[in-house]
Each structure stands twice: as structure tokens, then as C-alpha cells.
Design a protein around this ligand. Structure first.
Ligand code: UD1
Ligand code: CA
Length: 481
């Protein structure tokens, strides 16, 4: 945790707006990139400043936004802005409810997920060092349409911010924009907020007008130009959301590559911000590591693998797998084409092979389920081998039941274990066995009947078919020998 910049910093996060351009039932700030909501990203950056107080102004869909904010950061003070009358009004509502009158107030928006704690810290530090009443974080953008523009005088000093709708033709040519992030001396802010007017093109109370107000009062103001301007971009619609998601992902991948992870194809690899990777992990193309997934040293994941909230042990191999809430032990082998459902725990050196689905299944160290099987609600002891095509029939149409297979057992191919059933340590089953009762340790269970041969069956019962002809030809040939 980096050291706090300040002893008396209040952060006001604005998240009351509607976000209509998302065209969504989900509030804008709750849309996610990198496995975290937009407002969650902002709060994570804010947390790095070690602020004394964090106030979040909510309004639209506050019954959804409020609880989410508290889940992400329980110490946040939520303040409701009943009617959205502009950024100046929103900050006023927040500052008054929180009774902020000293120190520095930093204002950020809830929809700018790429903002880093580092950029905020530099901005606030400069604001404080210069003893300004107001600072604005600005950026130079190619297309400034829609943004407030930073107006400077002939000496290059900041004069005011003019909103796009209120700007003259010449002002609209200015390429330096207001990112929306501003810092204030709290005393000035409290005094000046009630003096804002809504006499402008939007009929709103503009927070940005405080810059000009401070200058007119002879106070220090200034702008801090952020080079990495993408950090201040908001996600207003789903196209921007996807773009920001891509930028965030590239950032996350770069961090892991610098920490010693091989990412073969960054363009098809997606890693959520809370994923944890050890050194010398290799990630092959087409892989998504989501949620709280962690991968241990030297493990290889992918290609074409999606893991959500999974734990992969050191040296494991996970190839073409879809997994959720599953644990793969050290040195274990999974895939290709396996489906690990919640509650799967594969022991060290174990194997879950091709076309195997597992759920709520604890599979011991060195145990193997190599081919074409379903393992549900089961425990398999260490060193046991489950034959190809085995179904753990856990559901009787009413309730789920468990199956236990002991250690070092060998079960045949194409078995069905009709739960609840217990197969003992060192037991065996024959091919095609349907296990309906317990098998004691060391016993062999067979349920398929003895093999019967009915000679000439195809000739009589399938006369005139290719099957019968082939049989006849083979019989004739062997009669000639
Ligand atoms: C604002 C700035 C503009 C800047 C731009 C950067 C003002 C007047 N303008 O314009 O200079 O270039 O952001 O993106 O500040 N909000 C509330 N309550 C309100 C109004 C807004 O909580 O009453 C929140 C919104 O949810 C949003 C943020 O404040 O997160 C910005 O509001 P928005 O209406 O998008 O401001 P812009 O017009 O884009
Ligand atoms: Ca906006």
C-alpha cells in the first residue's frame, strides 16, 4: 500500500448521472471491464491515495449503485442527489452532506476506469504544492468535441473552463480539455459552490465555473496536463466500454509479462485485474483468466481456456478447458476439452482428460479420470483410475447422491455408478459394470452377463444386407482354408 499523499484529503466521486447512451438496465458505473465495475476501478485508484474521506454522490438507480459502492468500499459515505442539476450541484450536495471544510477535495467521476492512483497522486501533490484554490487535470485530445475547454491567456496561464455548448467558434478549436478531475481547497470550495449560477446553455450548475471564480478572486489556479490522456476517458456507450476494456487488458498483460509470465498472444488473452499469476507461467492463445483465478509457477494454461475463480497449482497443464470455482493440484493435467464445474478439486499429479465433466468432485492425488466421463458429487481416492466412459449417476430424478471411490481402485470402461454407492480401496470393476451397491475393498464387481455367441445370427436375421454378405464372405473364405 503506497503512502498517503495527504493527511486531509476528501474525494468526491460523482455517480448520479443516467448513462442513457449505454442503453442498458444496468447502471453505467456498474458495467465492468477487467472483472471490475467502472466505479470499482475509480474507487480502487482513489484508495491508493489513502484519503480521509470518500463521498460518492448517487442518484439514478441508486438502489443498485449504492449497495455496490458499499460492497467495493464499505467506508464510503453515500450522498443522494435527488435531481441531477449539474456537476457543481452534485459536488455541493456531497460536500455539504459530508461537512467538509478543511484540506483538499478531489472530484472524480465514477465512469473513468483507467485512472491510476499514481496519476491522481501526482495531480493532488502538485495542487497542494502550488497552494492553489482550484486545479484541473487536463489533456490534449485529437477531437475535443463535447468536452469543456481550458482557456489560457497570452502568458499560458489558465483563465477559465468553457463548456463545449457555451464555447465560441474559436474556443472550440482549443485542444486542451477538462478531464473532469479537479482539486479544490476545501474552504474556497464551500464558499464558492453556492455562488454558481445555472445561467448557461445546459441550464446546469457547472463545477468548472469555479476556476474562473477563483481567478477573479485573485486566487491561484492551474492545470496539470496528463500525457496518458486515455486515463481520463469515460465509458459513455458500449463501444467506448469495449475500447477501454482492451486498453485495460493490455495494461494488465504488460504488468504480468514484466513480472515473468509468458503471454504468447496478447491479442487473444484476457486477464481480469484480480487474477494472480506466478513467475514462469505460460499462457497460450485464446485464454481468459477471470475473477479471482490464480496460477502457480511453471503452469501452462491454454490454448482456448476459460477459467473463472479457479486455482491452478504449480506445474499443472490446463489445455482447452472451461472451468469455474475449481482447484487443479500441482503437476496435474487437465484437458483437452474438459469442463470443470464448481467444487472440482483435482489432487497433485492427477488427471482429468478429454471430454470429461466434473462437478463437486474431489479427485485424489495421482488419481485419473482420463476419458469421456461425468463425475458429479463424488470423491475419488488417491492413485485410482476411472475407466473410459464412466458416469457417476448422481441424480435419481428427485435428489442428488454421493459416490465414494477409495484409493488405488481400478474401475472398468463404460461403468455407471448409481449413487449413493461406495467402492472400497483397491477394488475393481469389470467393463460395462453398473454398480448399484457397495463394493468392498479389494473386491471385483461385474454386472454385465457372461458373453454369449449365437453363430450365424447375421445370416439369418439380417439376410440380404451388406452385413450378412460380409459375414458370408468371411465364413466362405475360412471354409476354403
Ligand atoms: C463534464 C465537464 C467538462 C468535462 C467533461 C469530461 C462540467 C460542467 N463539465 O462535462 O468540462 O470536459 O465532464 O468528461 O463539469 N453528474 C452527477 N450529477 C449531476 C451531473 C453530473 O453526478 O447533476 C456526474 C455524471 O454521472 C458524470 C459526471 O458527473 O459521471 C459528469 O457529468 P456529465 O454530465 O457527463 O458532464 P459533461 O457534460 O460530460
Ligand atoms: Ca460526460
Amino acid at each position: 500500500m503506497p503512502e498517503p499523499v495527504l493527511t486531509d484529503l476528501t474525494v468526491v466521486v460523482l455517480a448520479a448521472g443516467g448513462g442513457t447512451r449505454m442503453r442498458s438496465r444496468t447502471p453505467k458505473v456498474l458495467h465492468a471491464i477487467g472483472g471490475r465495475s467502472l466505479v470499482g476501478h475509480v474507487l480502487a485508484a482513489v484508495e491508493q491515495l489513502g484519503p480521509r474521506r470518500v463521498v460518492t454522490v448517487i442518484g439514478h438507480q441508486r438502489e443498485l449503485v449504492g449497495p455496490h459502492v458499499l460492497e467495493v468500499m464499505p467506508q464510503v459515505q453515500l450522498v443522494v442527489q435527488e435531481e441531477q442539476r449539474g456537476t457543481g450541484h452534485a459536488v455541493r450536495v456531497g460536500v455539504e452532506a459530508a461537512e467538509v471544510s478543511t484540506g483538499t477535495v478531489l472530484v472524480a467521476y465514477g465512469d473513468t476506469p483507467l485512472l491510476t492512483g499514481e496519476a491522481l497522486r501526482e495531480f493532488v501533490a502538485e495542487h497542494e504544492a502550488a497552494q492553489r484554490a482550484v486545479s484541473v487535470l487536463s489533456g490534449i485530445v485529437g477531437d475535443p468535441t463535447g468536452y469543456g475547454r481550458i482557456v489560457r491567456d497570452a502568458d499560458g496561464d489558465v483563465v477559465r473552463i468553457v463548456e463545449h455548448k457555451d464555447a465560441t467558434h474559436d474556443e472550440r478549436l482549443l485542444g486542451e480539455i477538462n478531464s473532469g478531475i479537479m482539486a479544490f481547497e476545501a474552504g474556497f470550495l464551500r464558499d464558492a459552490l453556492p455562488r454558481l449560477s445555472d445561467n448557461n446553455a445546459n441550464g446546469e450548475y457547472y463545477l468548472t465555473d469555479l476556476l474562473g471564480l477563483a481567478r477573479d478572486a485573485g486566487l491561484q489556479i492551474g492545470a496539470h496536463v496528463l500525457d496518458d490522456v486515455v486515463q481520463t476517458e469515460g465509458a459513455n456507450d458500449r463501444v467506448q466500454l469495449a475500447n477501454l476494456g482492451r486498453v485495460l487488458n493490455a495494461r494488465v498483460l504488460e504488468r504480468w509479462m514484466r513480472a515473468g509470465v509468458t503471454v504468447v498472444d496478447p491479442s487473444t488473452t484476457w486477464i481480469d485485474v484480480d487474477v494472480d499469476l506466478a513467475q514462469d507461467v505460460t499462457i497460450l492463445p485464446g485464454t481468459q483468466l477471470l475473477g479471482a483465478t490464480s496460477v502457480g509457477e511453471d503452469a501452462v494454461v491454454g490454448p482456448d481456456t476459460t477459467l473463472r475463480d479457479c486455482e491452478v497449482g504449480a506445474g499443472a497443464k490446463v489445455v482447452r478447458v472451461h472451468g469455474e470455482l475449481a482447484v487443479v493440484g500441482a503437476g496435474a493435467d487437465v484437458g483437452p476439452f474438459s469442463y470443470l464445474r464448481p467444487g472440482t478439486r483435482l489432487g497433485a499429479g492427477g488427471k482429468i482428460g478429454g471430454f470429461v465433466e466434473t462437478k463437486n468432485a474431489v479427485i485424489g492425488d495421482g488419481a485419473k479420470v482420463p476419458h469421456l466421463s461425468y463425475v458429479g458429487d463424488a470423491e475419488i481416492g488417491e492413485g485410482t483410475n476411472i475407466g473410459a466412459g464412466t458416469i457417476f449417476a448422481n441424480y435419481d430424478g428427485v435428489a442428488k447422491h454421493r459416490t465414494t471411490v477409495g484409493a488405488h481402485a481400478r474401475t472398468g470402461s463404460n461403468n455407471t455408478f448409481v449413487a449413493p454407492v461406495e467402492i472400497g480401496d483397491g477394488a475393481a470393476t469389470g467393463g460395462g459394470t453398473v454398480v448399484r451397491g457397495d463394493v468392498p475393498p479389494g473386491a471385483l464387481a461385474v454386472s454385465a452377463g457372461p458373453l454369449r455367441i449365437i453363430d450365424g445370427w447375421a445370416l439369418q436375421r439380417r439376410a440380404g444386407t451388406a452385413q450378412a454378405e460380409a459375414a458370408q464372405a468371411a465364413l466362405d473364405a475360412s471354409a476354403d482354408e
